[in-house]
Design a protein around this ligand. Structure first.
Ligand SMILES: [Zn+2]
Length: 264
């Protein structure tokens, strides 16, 4: 009798194991795939796939990055008006979410940026250059830029340069180069960001800080999720735990995306 019971027990264990195997093999693969988030027609974001074209700079060492990884970022797809009045498709790599270092409030940043881009589209605000995520420090400092977290966006840098100013208030240089002309913010040119315009309003009403309001540098192209005097986000990961298959992405290469530039 004891033997029969034992055999029955083994048989039932095998059946359970077989059941698990069947469940694993019969489950359609797409059950595990994450669907894109769609805000509205032409405005969505999705996970960044393994085959998304990456380029990695020296600060983005796979084994050493304790701040951000592929899974912390999303690929946004959006529509926008170009300077020629035509509609373009754009892509942008942005943080998925962010925790406010002071209030601890968590924001879905990818969704918020999509809402901003949709608002700019509806207002027909012209965009020809835009970039967000780029793992790097602020200019000549050892502090990480909010671009390194996917929390800062540069728009139309050819009309909105970053001005580096000396102690006498003179412009030492502009980034990109030779754009001193745009230190004059009274110029009336398409794509210039000014206080109270549609671009400025779309970001600042969601409490993004504008680099054009800083004293030095004056970074007219730049909006960032958190004020520059906020504490920096804590490292999210411990060294040595980085999965080499989960590197970070930089240098977006899209139709209307600018090459990353230095400074804030
Ligand atoms: Zn910037």
């Amino acid at each position: 009798m004891a033997k029969v019971l034992k055999v029955t027990k083994i048989a039932s264990k095998m059946l359970i194991a077989l059941g698990f195997v069947l469940i694993i093999f019969l489950t359609p693969l797409n059950v595990f795939a994450v669907e894109p988030f769609v805000l509205s027609d032409g405005f969505s974001f999705e996970d960044i796939s393994e085959d998304f074209e990456l380029s990695i700079d020296e600060k983005s060492n796979f084994d050493d990055n304790i701040y951000i990884r592929r899974k912390d970022l999303r690929l946004l797809k959006f529509k926008c008006f170009g300077f020629d009045g035509e509609i373009y498709n754009g892509e942008l790599v942005v943080a998925y979410e962010a925790t406010n270092p002071i209030t601890k409030e968590v924001t879905n940043v990818s969704k918020e940026v999509l809402e901003i881009l949709k608002e700019l589209f509806e207002k027909e605000y012209p965009i020809d250059k835009i970039s967000c995520f780029y793992f790097r420090n602020i200019g000549e400092t050892d502090r990480l830029s909010q671009h390194a977290y996917g929390l800062a966006i540069d728009i139309n840098y050819n009309k909105n340069p970053c001005l580096i100013i000396d102690e006498n208030g003179e412009i030492l240089r502009t980034i990109p180069k030779d754009l001193e002309k745009y230190a004059d913010r009274t110029l009336e040119e398409k794509g210039m960001i000014k206080i109270g315009d549609d671009c400025y309003n779309a970001f600042t009403k969601r409490f993004w800080e504008w680099g054009g309001s800083w004293d030095n540098p004056k970074d007219f192209m730049h909006f960032q999720k958190f004020p520059s005097d906020y504490p920096k986000p804590e490292p999210k990961y411990k060294k040595t735990t980085v999965d080499p298959k989960d590197p970070i992405a930089i240098d977006p290469k899209y139709p209307i995306i600018i090459e990353p530039i230095e400074e804030d």
